[in-house]
Design a protein around this ligand. Sequence first.
Ligand code: HEM
Length: 527
Amino acid sequence: DSPTSFAEVQGAGGETHQSTNDPALTLTSAQGIPVADGQNSLKAGPRGPTLLEDFQLREKIFHFDHERIPERVVHARGYGAHGVFELTDSLADICRADVLGTVGQQTEVFVRFSTVAGSKGSPDLARDVRGFAVKFYTKEGNWDLVGNNIPVFFIQDAIKFPDLVHSVKEEPDRAFPQAQSAHDNFWDFTSLSPEAWHMVMWQMSDRTIPRSFRTMEGFGVHTFRLLDAEGNSTFVKFHWKPRQGLQSVLWNEAVKVNGADPDFHRRDLWEAIESGDFPVWDLGVQLFREEDAAKLPFDHLDATKLIPEELVPVRIIGAMTLNRNVDNFFANTEQVAFCTANVPPGVDFSDDPLLHGRNFSYLDTQLKRLGGPNFTHIPVNAPRCPVMHFQQDGHMAMTNPKGRANYEPNSWGPEGGPRENPARGTTSFAAPLDGPKQRIRSETFADHYSQARQFYLSQQPIEQKHIGDALTFELSKVVRVDIRARAVSHLLNIDADLAATVANGLGMALPEAAVAARPTIDLPTSD
Ligand code: HEM
């Protein structure tokens, strides 16, 4: 019953021992065994040898030895925060998802922003696409909107993703470059992949050197479906629009920031939230029906295309505020597991072949990254609604099903566990399917340059100059001149002046234009 004491004494070797008699503050092993001395291993005599018997030493080092988990195979470097989403405009007439139904309803979220190519320790201001992943903890389970800060993607089919990522990561023999500068392999791949060139134009723009995570847009990229209670479908594209405005830095600022403070973006987000300056994004949707989609001059299932806002305006339906920093980076930001397949009843997939590959990939990679099938038990991944199923066991099982029955159907009555709910349960859009099984790329995916040109022409002159400068700089680092020429040949299909500027900057003759798989079309460029 003695009062709580704290003492600090020097040990025989000058090491500091800080001790207490308060049970609540007592240092313990992972098994809860109180520790008397955490600074000295158990030895035979003052000068050793150290005894194998020392379970305290072994446990401490054993745990330390296993602190690292695999970093994400892409988007390894990221920073997360908690927040809340509030619906301001109901979609109940076209969507049965509870989260999109009731105006004023608030839903907790966790968001992770990231770079794509760099490793976990890479600098924040790399020229790179940024991930913008949002987990909504809805009453009907977790909904993950796993997007980027750019509305289109490099490739049209998920089967190319390993090649894309291998080409953008370090070259396998020498393990450099880590970034895209000086990257023969990246430009080799993209110059052999015409579908990449719309995204390449965005990537060479100021969008890939954002001033802050707070000043980035976000996009769900793919076309998804919203389903009403009768199963009717509306296509949807998701947009996040920052109330802080869209801002970038200049390339030479980015280079300096990377050297002076490689944590610039994570520090910026953490400090803003910590000081109560909570960043807010509006959630917008572009909604269109099957018959509208048929009239678009490109395929809405092609993730290298966007739907111009002139054709389908963005309707704002809610706002997301990030208002709480993580209290443990590893537990939350590192262990969060997003997956495009996580959608509540009323949100469904289109037939975008990139999306279908993603729906497999995230779950698969997380099985390894998070050490087994039970990562939904980790608090940041755990739904905030009841979870009732018959899945059990496996590594790190925290919430095995309770009761007698662990299978269905069963005849244990009310004690027999959860039951199917046809009225509330998730359903898929009953799309009629018909066609030969084949490995093929749709001819409707073949126009790779019209939207690339539309993006370039919609930029202000200074933004166009930055794109030209970025292309010239990046390609000047490519050693193989044939790869440079192949890259510039794509620019000729996008904008002749841009191609000439870059060729001139590289000191090379203009090559022949790359063959356009399909004639391009003129699209509006009003903003
Ligand atoms: C991770 C976005 C395409 C596989 C991520 C993350 C984002 C993202 C934001 C980071 C999630 C986080 O913060 O934890 C996108 C977008 C894509 C795209 C917008 C295209 C529209 C793909 C494709 C594949 C893929 C086609 C594979 C076929 C992965 C994997 C991870 C990842 C394996 C690591 C996930 C983890 O370890 O938890 N992606 N991605 N992505 N992405 Fe994608």
